[in-house]
Every structure is written in structure tokens, then in C-alpha cells.
Design a protein around this ligand. Structure first.
Ligand code: SF4
Length: 354
């Protein structure tokens, strides 16, 4: 292991100023580290903590997770967003239960062969749980390395990404891999932050190239922001007392596998749509104020349409992808945040249109 100014200084800083009491740092098994790493992708630590605690209380082992119904898994993920993460998590749990006797592989390649685990997440599992010297390259670590070494070019460019990995491999610590990985994540999130890096308090300042060049904010190179397009979804809020009719969405795509209000097109005749699909004869339609929700690649404009139906109208077909969701006695199914918000609304500000 070659000496590294970055490694020695970041570890000394970590001992004094790093985070040592995050829930996943207690009993850091591969399962708990993996779960936390997946939850932390694109998500802040403060948001993840209650989800992690609830998830591990319900599924203390990977075996328990693999044996749970997907609806229960998505229910515990509801509101955390990026639901493909939860679906991959579940697939991986099933594979590890079925093929690996509930034990995680202990090699980089073995981990990277599992759904939802890339090189950085595999490195995090190996270093944070087993103290093996594999580096990570999450957003925080990339930012520190980009500034410290003044790495130019887009981090999503393959050549530039390789340069990042070369640097990351040189600094990893053979003996304190767990602490080093946590130290780099902490430095990126607490000191070398995206918009206001605190260089005066940084243990790397003396040798930081971006600081010396007075170009800290030039690294890493920023992504060119694409203008996001708008997509319009029309949701039918079919209500029967405290219950709303919900439909399970297809397993992939937006809110894949979650439950949602039935969706139709603006051109649809909503009365016919309700009758043909659910055997319901609506007696009144009303619109509600639109809701805007931004995904990474588009803005979703939701148009809720409240439907009053004849009392006690039964559904004409038996379909496991439909349910009456009782807001007074909620079931364990996955719901996105906008759908939960809409379910929680009791006073509708409506304009009757039929
Ligand atoms: Fe980041 Fe500033 Fe530290 Fe360089 S000196 S690593 S830019 S906080």
C-alpha cells in the first residue's frame, strides 16, 4: 500500500469529525450495508434513516425479505421514490435466498452479477461490511476526487470514469477500508459539498488541486441540464364511502408494481371507461386542481377526476390487479407519494363537469 496524503488525512479527520452512529453502522452485515446503500442512492441520509429502521424491523434478514410478498416490500418503500431500486432489491433477495443459502457473495464480480448492484455499491458492501479494500465512487466521493485531483471532463464519459477509478484504487486503505470508505462519503457530504464547500475546514486543502487553482466550483464538470418535457396523466378517483378503487401498475415503468388510481386518456369517454373496465356507472364527474410531480426525465402533470358512483355498485370482474383501498383501514400495498397525498384529501375543491 503506497502512502497517500489524501488517505491519511481523511482518516485522521474521520476519527474526529466523521459520522460513527448511523443505524447501518451498527452490526454492519452485508445485508444491512447493501440495504442502506440502495436506499441512499439519490436520497439524503436524513430521509433514509426512518425507512431503514422500519425496513430492518420488518425484514431483519435477507431470508425474511425474500419470503415477503412484493406488495409488503413496496409498501415499506412507499414515498422513498425510485421504485426500481425496491424491485431490484427484492429480486436480489430472492436470488441470494435461492442460490446462495442467504449469504452474499464476497467478490466484486459475484456482487455485480446481482440486480441493482453496480461496481460502487459492490465496493461499498465489501469495504463497509467486510473491511475489504475496494473503493466506491458515489456522488460524494466523485466530487472529492474530482476536486482534489482536478479531474476534467464529464464523469459520465467512460474515459473519465476510468480515471476516477484509478485514483480511487490508489487511495483505498488495506487495513481501514471500512473507515476510509465512510470517511470519503462523510467528507463529501459534510465538507466538500456540491454548492458550498468548506475548504477552510478541509483536511485536504494543502494538496487539493482545485483549491490551488481557485477553481473549486469547476469540478466535477456539470451535466448539461436538459429541458424536461411535460406528460399528462388523467387519474380517476373512484370513491365508495372511505374506499377508493386502485389498480396495480405494470411491473416496469413509472411507479412499477405500485397501486394507483385507474389511468385514462383525455379523449376517453370516462363514463364508458368506468363501465367497460370496472362495471361502474358513474353519476357525477368533477375535476380537482392539477398536481405536478417531477421525475428525473420529465414533469408529470396529474389531472385528478373525482367520480361519484351509484352506491354499492359491484365490480363486474374479479381481478387481482384491482382493489378497494380503505383509507380508514389502509392495507400493506405500495403507493407513490402523490397517490398517498390524493388519498389523504377529504375536502375536494371541485368543479362539477357532469
Ligand atoms: Fe473539497 Fe475544498 Fe477540500 Fe478541495 S479543499 S477537497 S475543494 S473542500
Amino acid at each position: 500500500m503506497k502512502p497517500s496524503y489524501l488517505r491519511e488525512n481523511v482518516l485522521a479527520w474521520f476519527d474526529e469529525c466523521g459520522r460513527h452512529d448511523l443505524p447501518w453502522q451498527k452490526n454492519p452485515t452485508p445485508y444491512r450495508v447493501w440495504l442502506s446503500e440502495i436506499m441512499l442512492q439519490q436520497t439524503q441520509v436524513a430521509t433514509v434513516i426512518p425507512y431503514f429502521l422500519k425496513f430492518t424491523a420488518n425484514f431483519p434478514t435477507i431470508k425474511k425479505l425474500s419470503q415477503a410478498p412484493i406488495d409488503e416490500v413496496l409498501h415499506l418503500w412507499s414515498g422513498l421514490g425510485y421504485y426500481a431500486r425496491a424491485r431490484n432489491l427484492y429480486k436480489t433477495a430472492i436470488i441470494i435466498n435461492r442460490d446462495f443459502n442467504n449469504r452474499f457473495p464476497t467478490t466484486l464480480e459475484g456482487l455485480m452479477a446481482l440486480p441493482g448492484i453496480g461496481r460502487s455499491t459492490a465496493g461499498a458492501i465489501l469495504s463497509l461490511s467486510l473491511n475489504k479494500p475496494f473503493p466506491i465512487l458515489d456522488g460524494n466521493v466523485k466530487r472529492v476526487l474530482a476536486r482534489y485531483h482536478a479531474i476534467s471532463g464529464s464523469p459520465s464519459d467512460k474515459k473519465v470514469e476510468n480515471e476516477f477509478w484509478q485514483h480511487a484504487n490508489l487511495h483505498i486503505n488495506d487495513h481501514r477500508a471500512r473507515d476510509y470508505t465512510q470517511a470519503m462519503m462523510d467528507l463529501g457530504s459534510l465538507v466538500c459539498t456540491r454548492s458550498s464547500p468548506n475548504c477552510q475546514q478541509c483536511p485536504l486543502q494543502k494538496k487539493c488541486r482545485a483549491f490551488k487553482l481557485n477553481k473549486v466550483m469547476d469540478f466535477p464538470e456539470k451535466k448539461i441540464k436538459k429541458k424536461l418535457s411535460n406528460k399528462h396523466y388523467y387519474f380517476l378517483l373512484i370513491k365508495n364511502g372511505n374506499k377508493f378503487l386502485l389498480e396495480k401498475r405494470p411491473p416496469t415503468g413509472i411507479w412499477g408494481g405500485l397501486w394507483c388510481f385507474p389511468q385514462c386518456d383525455y379523449e376517453d369517454n370516462w363514463q364508458e371507461f368506468c363501465f367497460n373496465n370496472f362495471g361502474i356507472t358513474p353519476i357525477k364527474f368533477a375535476t380537482q386542481a392539477i398536481i405536478r410531480h417531477t421525475f428525473s426525465h420529465f414533469h408529470l402533470i396529474m389531472h385528478p377526476i373525482i367520480i361519484t358512483m351509484q352506491k354499492q355498485t359491484p365490480l363486474i370482474r374479479d381481478n387481482s390487479a384491482l382493489c378497494w383501498y380503505d383509507t380508514k383501514n389502509p392495507g400493506t400495498i405500495g403507493l407513490s407519494k402523490p397517490v398517498s397525498d390524493l388519498l389523504g384529501i377529504s375536502q375536494y375543491d371541485t368543479q362539477t363537469i357532469l
